[in-house]
Design a protein around this ligand. Structure first.
Ligand code: AMP
Ligand code: GLY
Length: 421
């Protein structure tokens, strides 16, 4: 591996990309961080460029013009569109799977097929394309019904309900649906870096998907996250590496579509054991925010090793002691809609607090004011010696920040911090 400092280009606009760009900017092995299209938070740690993230040629042109050593493709849409393939074909190292491998996220039916072939434990499921098949699948599994749009749906394609009519209605709106057995038990996000052969799991994290406290209300992209999980069963990471991550990576290689980048396993710890709820082909958002806050290893060698098939020669990631908690602040109307242009106040006060930093997602600069520009606006990340301290720091930060219609959950990591999870 080259030891001269790297020029990195991060593709995307969200909180995940801000957290990754920030970690790269703090890495002594990185000379320059560029991002495109980026956001005002990313602008503080990287040089921004304009690009259509879905155009592989445009991304590759930009990477060439910058002399980028490593391109990091953050979101799923460009990955599924094959952006990483185009960049890789130009001879530039790229962190992120090929379009073919990103089908692990792009098609739930494909993911099920791979899991079956690899013997990976997941919910039993049927792929349905007709109303008759839908009715039969709903009968087979019974309530609560789990109905998933087969394709990419930005976190909005899944309906979990005891209302049969609602289940049927959601299925009718999708061309192809996956209907599956309901999984009970707490959810864990376990991410792994891989170059297609070697697999390095990260520390487990937990995401809060529902909009309201107590896991009430609609599903969102994620309203907060924390790491580590003091309540996780001993040996969880080893078990998931052995039974889920490594077999999936091996199966993808066997098929001739090796998966490199970040394999995101969304898991349910059910009474019958660990089950995969979903795979994603990229870092999770907001879980990446607390994970990057605690990563002790420099990030660039891990990403570069994943991108170039040399991960085995990079030391496995190590973690700072303590905990990190991210609390998302969302704009008015989220998740059904979002509000743009509301002035955000108090960011410098939050950032001035010990153990607090703010990660931007849906923000924009208008006449030197930072304003809302999306559903999930920002995440306040707190770190501390314990989950309780990290939580307190994050919420101290949240209390400094104001914008019209701001919403946040007040119970992120609360149960875990209280030893009740
Ligand atoms: P997915 O996009 O597949 O992760 O689904 C979004 C959310 O729906 C998950 O995070 C779970 O909270 C829930 N979910 C998905 N599949 C199941 C299942 N089989 N049983 C229970 N809940 C599920
Ligand atoms: N936090 C959920 C996701 O990134 O898909």
């Amino acid at each position: 591996m080259s030891s001269s400092p790297l020029t990195c280009l991060v593709i995307g606009t969200g909180g995940r990309e801000h957290a990754l760009a920030r970690a790269l900017s703090l890495d002594p092995g990185v000379a320059a961080v560029h991002a495109a299209p980026g956001n005002p938070g990313i602008a503080a740690v990287a040089t921004l460029h304009d690009v259509d993230p879905l155009s592989g040629e445009s991304v590759a042109d930009l990477a060439e013009s910058l002399g980028a050593d490593l391109v990091v493709v953050g979101p799923e849409a460009p990955l599924v569109a094959g952006v990483a393939d185009v960049v890789r074909a130009r001879g530039i190292a790229v962190f992120g799977p090929s379009g073919a491998a990103a089908q692990l996220e792009g098609s739930k039916a494909f993911a099920k097929e791979v899991m079956e072939a690899a013997g990976v434990p997941t919910a039993a499921a049927m792929v349905c394309t007709t109303p008759v098949e839908v009715q039969a699948a709903l009968d087979a599994y019974g309530p609560p019904y789990v109905v998933k749009d087969d394709g990419l749906a930005a976190g909005k394609g899944v309906v979990v309900t005891t209302d049969r009519d609602a289940a049927v209605e959601h299925a009718a709106q999708c061309e192809r649906v996956v209907i599956e057995e309901f999984l009970d038990g707490p959810e864990v996000s376990l991410f792994a870096l891989t170059d297609g052969t070697t697999v390095y799991p990260l520390q487990p994290a937990q995401d809060f998907k529902r909009i309201f406290d107590g896991d009430e209300g609609a599903n969102t992209g994620g309203m907060g996250a924390y790491t580590p999980l003091p309540w996780a069963p001993e040996g969880l990471v080893e078990e998931v590496l052995r039974d889920v991550l490594q077999p999936t990576v091996d199966e993808m290689a066997r098929r001739g579509t090796p998966f490199s980048g970040l394999l995101y396993a969304g898991l349910a710890l059910t009474s019958r054991g660990v089950r995969v709820v979903e795979f994603n082909a990229r870092f999770g958002d907001p879980e990446t925010q607390p994970l990057m806050a605690l990563l002790d290893s420099p990030l660039s060698p891990l990403l570069m090793g994943s991108a170039t098939g040399t991960l085995a020669s990079v030391p496995a990631p190590t973690w700072k002691p303590g905990a990190a908690v991210a609390v998302v602040m969302a704009s008015a109307g989220y998740p059904e809609s979002s509000s743009k242009g509301d002035v955000i106040r108090g960011l410098p006060d939050a950032e001035a607090l010990e153990g607090v930093h703010v990660i931007h997602a849906g923000t924009a600069m208008v006449e030197r004011a930072t304003v809302t520009a999306g559903g999930r606006v920002l995440a306040v990340v707190g770190t501390g010696g314990s989950l309780g301290e990290a939580r307190e720091a994050a919420y101290d930060g949240v209390s400094c920040i104001e914008f019209e219609g701001a919403q946040h959950r007040t119970d992120i990591a609360a149960k875990a911090a209280a030893g009740e999870a």
